[in-house]
Design a protein around this ligand. Structure first.
Ligand code: Z5A
Length: 231
């Protein structure tokens, strides 16, 4: 594979989407300034393919599809994927995404900016929901064929700060509704992952202003692009 896969990770409201967009704009102008020819691709999980968009809807908006606030408790219970179904749907979304988007784009030499990847499953379904980490590693391997990120930017925000930010959006999805302890466990998952893989997962202090977070990310990207011979 000639391209590079850069993943943005973190708990809700850490600012991934904001920073991915800013990084794309910044990299685009850098490519122009340096007359670099490679393409820049942005994508996400779940929902980076047409099929994945359907899976995303099933995973995150079950109650909206089933009558929203008017649905009875019983309707809600059966309209939502159970924990195992959820785990398998994320794996299915990833398998499709890797085959349809990531592998071909990397083979074509693209720099890919991806909102969430395998570490989300470890953090949310492993640490958050309590599935065995070995099982998740196996599923991740099956779904990706072993394709790993070249760099993961972990936007480390205090859980309560992140959840507060997402509240301002109004619409709250299924995982966002999970309790504070759930999100604390997810955060612990990211902390452990970053400790175990310091070269691959770089911690960014995401409690700061969007501009200050952007500055940290750009510093890391400059360093890595140079190492990759793209700087
Ligand atoms: N999930 C999973 O469980 N297992 C898996 O394997 C995968 C995913 C792949 C959807 O992910 C869900 O899927 C997610 C985990 C689960 N759980 N939930 N819910 P998603 O990435 O699509 O959704 P999200 O995690 O909820 O991200 P988000 O809501 O899009 O937030 P974000 O990308 O981290 O932040 P943002 O949209 O850039 O910013 C949120 C708000 O904060 C917004 O108003 C910004 O203007 C503001 N913001 C951003 N940065 C700042 C700073 N620095 N200061 C102040 N305010 C800021």
């Amino acid at each position: 594979m000639n391209g590079r896969l850069i993943v943005f990770e973190g708990v809700e409201g850490c600012g991934k989407t904001t920073q991915l967009q800013r990084s794309q704009e910044w990299l685009q102008s850098l490519f122009v300034a340096k007359s670099l020819s490679g393409s820049l691709v942005t994508t996400r999980e779940p929902g980076g393919t047409q099929l994945g968009l359907g899976l995303r809807e099933l995973l995150l908006n079950a109650e909206v599809r089933n009558g929203g606030a008017d649905a009875t408790k019983e309707e809600m219970k059966f309209s939502q994927p159970g924990p195992l179904t959820e785990l398998l749907l994320y794996a299915a979304d990833r398998a499709q995404h890797v085959e349809e988007v990531l592998k071909p784009q990397l083979a074509a030499g693209a720099i890919i900016l991806c909102d969430r990847y395998t570490n989300s499953t470890i953090a949310y379904q492993g640490y958050g929901r309590g599935f065995s980490l070995d099982l998740i590693d196996q599923l991740n391997f099956i779904a990706t064929g072993g394709l790993e990120s070249d760099l993961t930017l972990w936007l480390d925000v205090d859980v309560e700060v992140g959840l507060e930010r997402t509240k301002t959006r109004g619409v709250v999805d299924r995982i966002e509704q999970a309790g504070l302890e759930f999100h604390e466990r997810v955060q612990q998952g990211y902390t452990q992952l970053a400790k175990a893989q310091p070269q691959q997962i770089v911690r960014i202090d995401a409690n700061l202003s969007a501009a200050a977070v952007q500055e940290q990310i750009q510093q890391i990207l400059v360093q890595r692009l140079t190492e990759w011979g793209l700087g």
